[in-house]
Ligand binder design. Structure first.
Ligand code: SF4
Ligand code: SF4
Length: 180
């Protein structure tokens, strides 16, 4: 056992009063809190269709962004993957071919872009690292799945809807961008 030094301080335990030893006041106080919650009127939330309001800084599912013309903004530069502390992002770059200018904004694009949602810690560093405004975190949370493989989200899950082909879905997804 370690010897007490000159700077040690002995703390005296205060003896409990008879009232405290009865425990009845503490039990009554605890029960009053429990019953207060049981009979408190709370609005019904039909989860998962409805949820409580999220915190303004909630960071959810990533979205791969398009420009106003509907072209993919990502150039597969890899900066998001480098910034990701969870090593959750992988991608494969490809060269844009003549005639694909309406699909991809720059000469290179991500032919494959994947985020492993089981690794992601929703820190937002991928968004901060991206020089092309090509990825952002939204207010949508990752859905439950039945297999680990289903948590690897590719472009099909991540890419924002096309602004001209699906304008309503595009506006909705854009509106879910977490404001910083
Ligand atoms: S939010 Fe963080 S952990 Fe998730 S993919 Fe982006 S950088 Fe990686
Ligand atoms: S999302 Fe941004 S940072 Fe990541 S590869 Fe695409 S352009 Fe680069």
């Amino acid at each position: 056992m370690q010897a007490l030094t000159s700077r040690s301080k002995t703390v005296e335990r205060k003896p409990m009063t008879i009232w405290e030893r009865l425990y009845i006041p503490a039990i009554a106080k605890g029960m009053s809190i429990t019953f207060g919650h049981i009979f408190k009127k709370k609005p019904t939330i039909n989860y998962p269709e409805q949820t409580r309001p999220f915190s303004p800084v909630f960071r959810g599912l990533q979205v791969l962004n398009r420009d106003e013309e509907g072209r993919e903004r990502c150039t597969a530069c890899g900066l998001c993957a480098v910034a990701c502390p969870a090593e959750a992002i992988t991608m494969e770059a490809a060269e844009r071919l003549p005639g694909e200018e309406n699909l991809y904004r720059e000469e290179k694009y991500a032919a494959k872009y994947e985020i492993n949602m089981l690794r992601c810690i929703f820190c937002g560093l991928c968004e901060e690292a991206c020089p092309k405004d090509a990825i952002y975190l939204s207010e949508t949370f990752t859905a439950a799945n039945y297999s680990r493989q289903s948590f690897i989200y590719g472009k099909k899950e991540l890419l924002i809807p096309h602004p001209k082909l699906q304008p309503e879905a595009y506006e909705k997804a854009k509106g879910q961008r977490v404001k910083r």
